[in-house]
Write a protein that binds this ligand. Structure first.
Ligand SMILES: *Cc1c(COP(=O)(O)O)cnc(C)c1O
Length: 378
């Protein structure tokens, strides 16, 4: 990330004074820190940040400054990145598939907690010499709906296997816990309730008292239809855990990625061309900062910033393409944009801090996104 010397009050101020022809991602550290404090004070347990959502140094540093001390990492690269900024950081290694070399690296980084979803992977941890002081969480999967896409399609053990795994974890002498991920952009507390209930059942069948229950990430960010009520989800998680576990209630852990970071970044794209048929071409698209839109759908906060006179016409539905020569580089459906939108105008997409810079490519020579720090984003 590059930092500009002037702290602009909002993206439009920077756009109109600098008139950038490349995409710009605006970062408001104050929003990120406020979100971190909201999780730290509202979630009834340990808050870890899922680094994959956005691993930028400025993001990690601001989370640390706000009081986040534990991180969900998926690779030795992420471990090193976190430890370099905060040597005392607590690492949870929750990618349940690891090579022997990755297990060795994790021991070197002093990982405190691992997740497993197969007996083979548990065996790898034992053979690799993971210390018994480590926590090993069995990752459960259920066919529950509520999120935009299903994380259970790749990782997680069905309840039957989870019982066997939990017994094996306890027998091996590790601290035995459980975890799940309800799926990203999940706004339905029922998804957490279903998982928490079955975790309690699995623990009971295995005859193992869970030390901790990690309820995953998946918390929704504002993509369409308003800001999600995180506190309602926190309360539902707490109540469901108390009801399901009774006297054996485990300590809770969460690992938000998207909901922690999404709101603190906005992406400005420039209108390169408007064709005779109304199709709009932008200077960034699905191989850049808008990568998630074809998967999760368009978002509803797009702020036009006119390069000339203020645009006053009513919105018109436009087909929107990214800059590369690949015909897949198109946003889903159509997007409502001002009827008098002009070439050279900018469109600022709000709430784009998660899975944007993290997955950007330089395909076709595009994707050079500048990061500019701002006071706020509105
Ligand atoms: C991706 C991931 C997260 C973060 O998910 P969000 O939907 O971004 O909150 C948390 N935990 C694990 C294990 C993940 O793979």
């Amino acid at each position: 990330m590059s930092l500009v010397a002037t702290l602009y009050s909002a993206p439009s101020r920077h756009l109109l004074s600098q008139r950038p022809d490349h995409p710009v991602l605006y970062f408001a550290p104050s929003i990120l820190q406020a979100t971190a404090r909201r999780f730290l004070s509202g979630f009834p347990g340990l808050v870890t940040y899922a680094v994959k959502a956005n691993d930028a140094e400025e993001v990690l540093q601001n989370l640390m400054a706000a009081g986040v001390e534990a991180f969900d990492v998926a690779s030795p690269f992420e471990m090193a990145r976190v430890k370099q900024l905060m040597p005392s950081a607590v690492l949870h290694y929750n990618n349940p598939v690891r090579s022997e070399a990755e297990v060795a690296a994790s021991i070197g980084h002093g990982v405190a907690s691992y997740s497993v979803d197969s007996l083979g992977e548990l065996g790898k941890l034992v053979r690799g010499g993971v210390p018994l002081s480590a926590e090993v969480s069995v990752r459960l999967r259920l066919p529950v709906k509520g999120a935009i896409y299903d994380f259970g399609a790749k990782f997680g053990a069905d309840p039957e296997l989870a019982v066997a795994l939990l017994k094996a974890v306890a027998e091996a002498g590790f601290t035995a816990s459980m975890t799940f991920h309800p799926g990203t952009q999940c706004a339905d507390p029922a998804a957490w309730r279903a998982y928490i209930d079955i975790c309690a059942e699995v623990a009971q069948r295995a005859g193992v008292k869970l030390v901790r229950l990690n309820v995953g990430g998946g918390f929704a960010a504002h993509r369409t239809g308003g800001a999600p009520d995180l506190e309602a989800i926190f309360a539902a998680i707490k109540t469901a855990t108390l009801c399901a576990f009774g006297a054996d209630v485990p300590a809770l852990v969460c690992e938000p990625g998207r909901a922690m970071v999404a709101e603190s970044f906005s992406l400005a794209t420039r209108v390169k061309a408007i064709r005779e048929d109304g199709a709009v071409f932008l200077n960034d698209g699905i191989y850049g900062g808008l990568a998630e839109l074809p998967i999760l759908g368009n978002i509803d906060r797009i702020e036009p910033v006119a390069s000339g006179c203020i645009r006053k016409a009513a919105p018109v539905e436009h087909i929107v393409f990214g800059p590369t020569c690949d015909s897949l580089d198109r946003l889903p459906g159509t997007v409502p944009l001002p009827g008098d939108l002009a070439e050279g105008d900018w469109l600022v997409w709000h709430g784009l801090g998660a899975y944007s810079t993290a997955t950007v490519t330089r395909f076709n020579g595009y994707g050079a996104i500048e990061v500019v720090t701002t006071d706020c984003l509105a």
